[in-house]
Design a protein around this ligand. Structure first.
Ligand SMILES: [Zn+2]
Length: 534
C-alpha cells in the first residue's frame, strides 16, 4: 500500500474508534460492541480467518460489572425511618437482602480467643440485628493488638456465622475513620445486609431490643465483553501473536484521571492508535511474501483497562494452542511519537532474540528498552505463559486517561513509522524459528504508596472466587522464596483472612519490610500453610 493510503486508512480507523458514538468503548457496553464489530469487519476485509468462538471473530466472556446501589433501600429503627446517604450508608460488601428483628449490641463484634477476648460471650445473636462499633478495644491503628480483627467484613461474617441476620455498624471512636462506601467489583458480597450509621444518631436509636427493619439492594451484575480474533494462516507451525486492546474508559471508569462530571473518554492514543496499526499489519503481512515463515494471529483485546481481562481470558482459553506461539507483539499507545522519534519497547528481556530491536533502522526510531515481561498492558498475559512478548509505546502525555485523549492529537506519520519498524522486525526474526523464552527480573507490580512491602506476584484480576489467585511469580521475591506457585490462591496473610482482591491489598498494607508472616494458600483445592518474609 502507498504510504499516503496507509495514513488515510489509519486516520479513518482512529476517527471511528475514537468518535463519541462509541462512548469511550468501555468493556461490556454497547460502544465496546460497536468497536468489536468494526474490527471484526476489518479482519474480514483483510481475509483473516475467524479464530474466536465457534468460527466467528468474536470471543465472548463475562465479568463482574461495577456494582451499583439499587433503588430498594430501607432502614427503620424504632419509629425513625432513616435517609440513605444522610443518616446511613450501605457498605460495599453488604448482601442484597432484608431483615426484621430486634437490635442487639455486641461491642466491637470481635472474637479473639488468642487474646482472650469475646464480645459475644453470654450473648445469642441468633435472629438478631447486631449493632457493632467499628473501633476495637485499643482503637484503630496499625499497632493495635486486635489488628487481625479490624476488618469490618470479617466481623460481619462472624456475626452471620453466629446467626445474626444483619449488622449495623456505628462509629463511637473519634479517632476511627469512616469506612469506605465506594462500590468495587473487587469487593465480594458477604451473606447478610450490612449498613453503617453516619453521624451520631446512634445514641438515641441503637438501643438494646429496639425493633429494626432494613432492606439493602446492591446490584451486582455480570457483563459480557468481546475479544476479536483473526488468523492469517500461512500453513506454518509457529504462530506470531499481534495484539492491541481496543477498549477504553467509557465515561470515566476506574483508572480515569478526569475529575468532575462524567465525560466520554475517547482514547484515541489509548488505544485506537494501536488498533489502527494492528489493522494495517493485517493488510501488509498478507502482501509480504518474505513474511510467510509464521502464521499471524491478530487479537484486539477488550477489558485491558479493567485489569488485562481480555488477554487474561484469551491466554486461559486460547483459540490456538499456547505451545504453538512463537512470540507476541503488543501495541498500546503508539499514536504520539514526538519529534525526537523516541519509542519505548518494553519486555526485551523475555528473549535474547529481542536484541534485534537495537539495529533496525527502518522508521528512524530512537528505541528505549526495558526488560521486564510484566507491565501494565496485555503482553504481560503472554509473558506469564512463557511466551516472549514485547510492548510498543510512544510514551505517556498530559491527556493520558483523560477525555482530552482525542484524535486531533494523533501523529499518523509516527504510526506509519512504527508500523514499518515492526514489519522490519518481524522479517528480521523470520529465519530464527521459534524464539527462546527467558524469565525477567521484575519491577514491583504492587508498587503504590499504600504498600511498604510486596509479595512479588501478579494477581489474577479476572479470578472471581474466594481469595487472591496468583497468576505470576517474580523470581527472588517473597512469594518465590516461600515456594508459592502460579495458581495458588492466597486465603490468609498474617492473621488476616483474605476474602477477595481488596482484602489482599488490605492485608498486605499492614506489613513492614523484613517482617515474616504466616500465609495460607489453596493449592489444588487443599490448604497449604507456610511463611513469607517481606
Ligand atoms: Zn492502553
Amino acid at each position: 500500500m502507498l504510504d499516503a493510503d496507509v495514513l488515510e486508512q489509519m486516520q479513518y480507523d482512529v476517527k471511528y474508534l475514537a468518535s463519541d458514538r462509541l462512548e469511550g468503548r468501555e468493556a461490556g457496553t454497547p460502544g465496546e460492541k460497536l468497536a468489536a464489530d468494526y474490527i471484526a469487519a476489518k479482519f474480514g476485509n483483510s481475509g483473516l480467518m475467524p479464530y474466536g468462538d465457534s468460527t466467528t471473530y468474536l470471543q465472548a466472556f463475562t465479568f463482574q460489572a461495577e456494582p451499583v446501589l439499587g433503588p430498594d433501600q430501607f432502614l427503620q429503627i424504632g419509629r425513625s425511618t432513616l435517609k440513605l446517604d444522610e443518616a446511613y450508608a450501605v457498605l460495599p460488601f453488604s448482601a442484597t437482602g432484608s431483615a426484621r428483628g430486634k437490635l442487639m449490641k455486641a461491642g466491637y463484634g470481635i472474637q479473639a480467643p488468642d487474646l482472650d477476648m469475646d464480645n459475644y460471650k453470654d450473648l445469642d445473636p441468633k435472629g438478631k440485628i447486631v449493632a457493632l462499633s467499628i473501633s476495637s478495644p485499643d482503637g484503630v491503628h496499625p499497632h493495635s493488638k486486635y489488628l487481625a480483627y479490624h476488618d469490618l467484613k470479617a466481623r460481619a461474617e462472624k456475626a452471620a456465622e453466629l446467626g445474626a441476620i444483619a449488622v449495623v455498624f456505628y462509629n463511637d471512636d473519634p479517632t476511627a475513620e469512616e469506612p469506605a462506601f465506594d462500590m468495587s467489583p473487587k469487593v465480594k458480597s458477604c451473606t447478610i445486609p450490612v449498613v453503617f450509621m453516619i453521624g451520631d444518631a446512634r445514641s438515641e436509636l441503637l438501643l438494646e431490643n429496639n425493633p429494626v427493619v432494613l432492606r439493602t439492594d446492591i446490584q451486582r451484575t455480570e457483563r459480557t465483553a468481546f475479544n476479536v480474533v483473526g488468523m492469517l494462516d500461512n500453513g506454518k507451525d509457529n504462530v506470531v501473536v499481534i495484539g492491541a486492546h481496543f477498549d477504553h474508559l467509557g465515561y470515566g471508569d476506574e483508572g480515569s484521571l478526569h475529575r468532575g462530571d462524567p465525560e466520554i473518554h475517547n482514547g484515541a492514543d489509548d488505544n485506537a492508535s494501536g488498533v489502527a496499526v494492528l489493522l494495517q499489519l493485517t493488510r501488509d503481512l498478507l502482501e509480504m511474501d518474505e513474511a510467510r515463515q509464521n502464521d499471524y494471529l491478530f487479537i484486539a483485546f477488550t477489558g485491558e483497562e479493567k485489569g488485562l481481562y481480555g488477554s487474561n481470558y484469551w491466554t486461559k482459553h486460547p483459540t490456538v494452542p499456547i505451545a504453538d506461539l512463537n512470540y507476541m507483539i503488543n501495541l498500546d499507545m503508539v499514536g504520539r511519537l514526538d519529534s525526537t522519534g523516541a519509542i519505548g519497547i518494553n519486555g526485551v528481556g523475555t528473549s535474547p532474540a529481542w536484541n534485534a530491536v537495537d539495529h533496525i533502522l527502518v522508521g528512524d526510531l530512537k528505541v528505549k528498552t526495558t526488560t521486564s515481561g510484566i507491565g501494565p498492558s496485555d503482553h504481560t498475559s503472554f509473558y506469564l505463559q512463557d511466551v516472549p512478548a514485547i510492548h510498543f509505546f510512544t510514551g505517556t502525555h498530559a491527556d493520558y486517561h483523560k477525555p482530552s485523549d482525542d484524535e486531533e492529537k494523533i501523529n499518523y506519520d509516527g504510526m506509519l513509522r512504527v508500523t514499518r519498524y515492526i514489519e522490519s522486525l518481524i522479517l528480521e526474526l523470520g529465519d530464527e524459528g521459534k524464539l527462546p523464552f527467558t524469565k525477567t527480573e521484575e519491577v514491583n507490580t504492587e508498587n503504590t504508596p499504600r504498600f511498604k512491602v510486596t509479595l512479588g506476584v501478579v494477581p489474577d484480576y479476572l479470578y472471581d472466587g474466594k481469595g487472591m489467585r496468583i497468576d505470576g511469580i517474580t523470581e527472588g521475591k517473597p512469594a518465590a522464596n516461600a515456594d508459592l506457585k502460579v495458581g495458588d490462591i492466597v486465603v490468609k496473610l498474617g492473621d488476616v483472612e483474605v476474602p477477595d482482591m481488596m482484602g489482599y491489598m488490605k492485608a498486605l498494607s499492614a506489613f513492614e519490610k523484613g517482617a515474616t508472616a504466616p500465609i495460607v494458600v489453596l493449592r489444588d483445592g487443599k490448604e497449604f500453610s507456610t511463611s513469607v518474609t517481606f
